[in-house]
Design a protein around this ligand. Structure first.
Ligand SMILES: NC(=O)c1ccc[n+]([C@@H]2O[C@H](COP(=O)([O-])OP(=O)(O)OC[C@H]3O[C@@H](n4cnc5c(N)ncnc54)[C@H](O)[C@@H]3O)[C@@H](O)[C@H]2O)c1
Length: 362
């Protein structure tokens, strides 16, 4: 490996470009190749790269030239499995955008074919690295709150953005909202609780967004709001509160963990607010004061993405794993389980019943 790490971006749309901006902020790192069949995405991402790089429209061409040390896969969800099957040939480090795949079966298929892979395979779950969320996780894991009992996550935000060829308007392309976007929150809950899920009950529907849109004669079918109740094997209870028609919210994500000794809350400002200060508040049951930590993200890092600086911190960790060839922070098992919980929530909504995780072949 040369003195700097060479990154190849596969899928150079919204998220691919966020990755380019964040690799640009790293020392000793360069994007040396991009691959996308869409001319607009190639042009936009090319304008973000100042060093020499190769540009491909076809994945096979990128694989044959193999001019990077690590590949970042940021193609539409339904294409992940076919891209992953091919990219294994390169035997390079991989960061795969969430959701790992759109179904449990595809996640398991990839897990199986990559079981002897010798390089880092990392699933992109950057919410773990949002500074206030990271602090909450540390406090729960070091038992500051005593024994964890409840974890709730509220995401109130804007509707799904437009994507290239509108792939994100249909469950068949995304895995469904509970997989596509909520896999982040299920991953967080599972990571915070350090427990597997026993059962899931969800209520949700598409009530407001995209109902006046049509693609090839079809109206989108993606859920825009819902509640998901999760029972963990450890006895911890989880709740997800998702609303995607709540643009003018002060906080985009609010994460609350309650233990038998106290409670901690992490507040992540909405991206559109442009705020670089987030808050963590903690109150113990035996005290009358609430401790508030204001946490600041450098504006340069904030502006390199839509995720409160977390993509940059994810990249620092991925870079270290590449340099040292260590285990990923977010494994294929984590990727699989976050998709499985999302699939259970989608099924619960469709069938209006509690879904036991034992119903799946995990
Ligand atoms: N981690 C996060 O918070 C986050 C946020 C947004 C998107 N994502 C994920 O990133 C991925 C991409 O989403 P996006 O928002 O950038 O979508 P997008 O539509 O903006 O970009 C996807 C790009 O992939 C290209 N593409 C399609 N098939 C390809 C192939 N076989 N090879 C190479 N390129 C191909 C498309 O032409 C397009 O330019 C999705 O999996 C999505 O879930 C993650």
């Amino acid at each position: 490996m040369s003195s700097y790490i060479k990154y190849g971006i596969i899928g150079a749309g919204t998220m691919g470009q966020e990755h380019i901006k964040n690799v640009n902020l790293l020392d000793n790192a360069k994007v040396t190749s991009i691959c996308d069949p869409n001319e607009g995405s190639l042009n936009q991402s090319s304008s973000l790269i100042t060093n020499d790089f190769n540009s491909y429209r076809d994945l096979d061409e990128l694989i044959n030239n193999d001019d990077a040390d690590a590949y970042i896969i940021a193609t539409p969800n339904f294409t992940h499995i076919e891209v992953l099957e091919k990219i294994l040939k390169t035997n390079k480090h991989l960061l795969i955008e969430k959701p790992l795949c759109t179904t449990i079966d595809d996640c398991k298929k990839f897990q199986l074919i990559s079981k002897d892979y010798s390089k880092v395979i990392w699933v992109g779950m950057e919410y773990r690295y949002m500074p206030p969320v990271k602090k909450l996780i540390e406090r729960v894991h070091n038992k500051t709150l005593g024994k964890l009992k409840m974890i709730s996550i509220r995401e109130h935000r804007f509707p799904f953005l437009k994507k290239v060829d509108n792939w994100n308007r249909f469950d068949s392309n995304t895995g469904g909202t509970m997989v596509e976007k909520c896999c982040h929150f299920f991953d967080l809950m599972r990571f915070i609780t350090q427990s597997e899920v026993k059962q899931v009950f969800a209520s949700g529907s598409q009530d407001v967004n995209h109902l006046d849109e049509k693609y090839s004669g079809k109206v989108p079918d993606i859920i825009d709001n819902g509640y998901v109740i999760i029972d963990f094997q450890s006895g911890v209870r989880g709740l997800l509160d998702l609303c995607m028609f709540a643009e003018n919210s002060e906080y985009q994500e609010e994460v609350v963990a309650v233990g038998d000794k106290g409670k901690i809350e992490a507040f992540v400002p909405s991206h559109d607010s442009g705020k670089n200060i987030s808050q963590v508040k903690m109150g113990m049951r035996n005290s009358s004061t609430i401790m508030t930590d204001d946490m600041e993200v450098d504006k340069k890092i904030l502006m390199a993405g839509h995720h409160h600086g977390s993509t940059y911190f994810e990249h620092l960790a991925f870079y270290d794993a590449i340099k040292n060839n260590t285990l990923p922070d977010v494994s294929l098992e984590d990727g699989l389980m976050s998709v499985a919980i999302g699939q259970a929530a989608e099924l619960s909504i469709k069938e209006n019943r509690v879904i036991k995780m034992s119903e799946f072949n995990l």
